[in-house]
Write a protein that binds this ligand. Structure first.
Ligand SMILES: *[C@@H]1O[C@H](CO)[C@@H](O)[C@H](O)[C@H]1NC(C)=O
Ligand SMILES: *[C@@H]1O[C@H](CO)[C@@H](O)[C@H](O)[C@H]1NC(C)=O
Ligand SMILES: *[C@@H]1O[C@H](CO)[C@@H](O)[C@H](O)[C@H]1NC(C)=O
Ligand SMILES: *[C@@H]1O[C@H](CO)[C@@H](O)[C@H](O)[C@H]1NC(C)=O
Length: 264
């Protein structure tokens, strides 16, 4: 009687385990494939930054852009921006900075002097904000205007101050800082000592301008919607595990049945 019962049970279990449903679950669970995240294809094209476009939407930098165009310095800067080996760093005053220029007015300058002033606003190399710590150790940094048209940087615990020889300006925000093009907003027009000298009395203590600008909009930073697809553990996965443990249990029962039969 006992034998036949054991026989019956073990046969049933054998049948069950060889049935296709069981065979499927005993096989190791397929690794939960991570749902492929659609990574935004990084534009492989040479990083061409259109300076006009960039300065047109940020700022407002219309006055500076106007000078860039009228002096044709734009071509020089764009050419350097295209040169991905060195890159370029441009300091751009907002329109309000030009409006508040009263004492040394740019309108009194000759065309070639205006051109020098605009060239003075850029360095022929890409510098990230953290690079200015190093630059502040080299005393004077040459600009596009060449010769005596140098800038002196100081990194005042994160605040980058620019000494033009005539005035001290600071970087208020990064408009664009991706190699090879860095564009930083500055709170004053950089006036070169080579043109304005040091004899012009510095402007009366300027009223603290309340325009610590919010980080200027960078038109290139709008790819923030790639987090929507995170690999979610599929519900199928967990149920598959349960079935597998069921299968293991049935195997254990079978094995013990076989053992009992061998002993008897
Ligand atoms: C740069 O952008 C300006 C303004 O959108 C456009 O007029 C000009 O054609 C562009 N230049 C190039 C080389 O794409
Ligand atoms: C910069 O590169 C762009 C795209 O390759 C080109 O259209 C433009 O003419 C170049 N500009 C200068 C000044 O080299
Ligand atoms: C800045 O200076 C540090 C230490 O002097 C050096 O390791 C680093 O390469 C420098 N970075 C640049 C961009 O020159
Ligand atoms: C650079 O600027 C700092 C602070 O404005 C000044 O102390 C230093 O003398 C300047 N260096 C040169 C070489 O002009």
């Amino acid at each position: 009687m006992k034998f036949s019962m054991i026989f019956l049970v073990s046969n049933i279990l054998l049948l069950l385990s060889s049935s296709p449903a069981f065979a499927k679950t005993v096989s190791p669970p397929a690794p939960i494939a991570p749902t492929p995240t659609p990574t935004p294809a990084p534009a492989p094209a040479p990083d061409y930054v259109n300076l006009t476009e960039l300065l047109d939407v940020a700022g407002p930098f219309h006055t500076f852009l106007g000078y860039l165009e009228s002096t044709k310095v734009l071509d020089t800067f764009q050419n350097q921006a295209n040169n991905t080996e060195e890159g370029i760093t441009i300091f751009v005053p907002k329109d309000t900075a030009f409006n508040s220029l009263k004492k040394p007015s740019l309108s009194k300058l000759k065309d070639d002097q205006i051109k020098q002033v605009i060239l003075f606003h850029a360095l022929p190399h890409f510098y990230s904000l953290s690079d200015f710590k190093n630059l502040s150790q080299t005393s004077l940094t040459p600009t596009f205007a060449g010769g005596d048209y140098t800038l002196n940087f100081t990194d005042d615990s994160g605040t980058i101050r620019i000494n033009s020889g005539w005035s001290i300006t600071k970087v208020t925000s990064a408009v664009h800082a991706t190699n090879p093009v860095a564009i930083y907003q500055v709170d004053k027009v950089l006036l070169p000592e080579a043109i304005f000298g040091t004899d012009i009395p510095p402007a009366p203590a300027p009223a603290p301008t309340p325009e610590i600008a919010p980080a200027a909009d960078s038109p290139t930073e709008k790819s923030a919607d790639s987090k929507s697809s995170s690999p979610s553990s599929s519900p199928d996965g967990s149920s598959a595990y349960k079935l597998v443990s069921y299968g293991i249990w049935s195997n254990i029962v079978l094995a013990s049945c076989g053992l009992v039969m061998m002993l008897l």
